[in-house]
Design a protein around this ligand. Sequence first.
Ligand code: ASC
Length: 151
Amino acid sequence: MKAIAAFVLAASVAALVTPAVAQFAKPEDAIKYRQSAMTVMGTHFARLGAMANGKTAFDARQAAGNAVIVESLSKLPWAAFGEGTDKGGNTKALPDVWKDSAKFKESADKLVAEATKLSAAAKVGTLDSLKVAFGSAANTCKGCHDNFRAK
Ligand code: ASC
């Protein structure tokens, strides 16, 4: 009984200290996950871009809906950049993601902040408000891609 209790305790502690990357069975799974989150985020971000750039008609309800998705998705990719996920799949992530992890974390946090602002701006319901926030968020996407993603 004592042995079982000790085992359960050890297992619980292990679960608490296990890094987020261990939620993925294989590096390929983490790579697929983060790319999928980026793809869905990019799809909805591009719909906002089309409105912001006048390629499609501005629709306040659509804009708000797309921006909420971008805001939610912006939080997901980062836990899938754990140690050991620099290889193993079809990744474009550059070594600096892990070598300069403080800067990468800062960039990730900036995107989350920008996406939160974008969502708030889209809820204002005007094209002007969307344009400003979209431009700022797009620069943040580009900045991180320039530094941390292979062409
Ligand atoms: C997008 C998308 C990106 C960014 C970036 C902004 O729609 O998929 O990666 O915008 O191109 O410069």
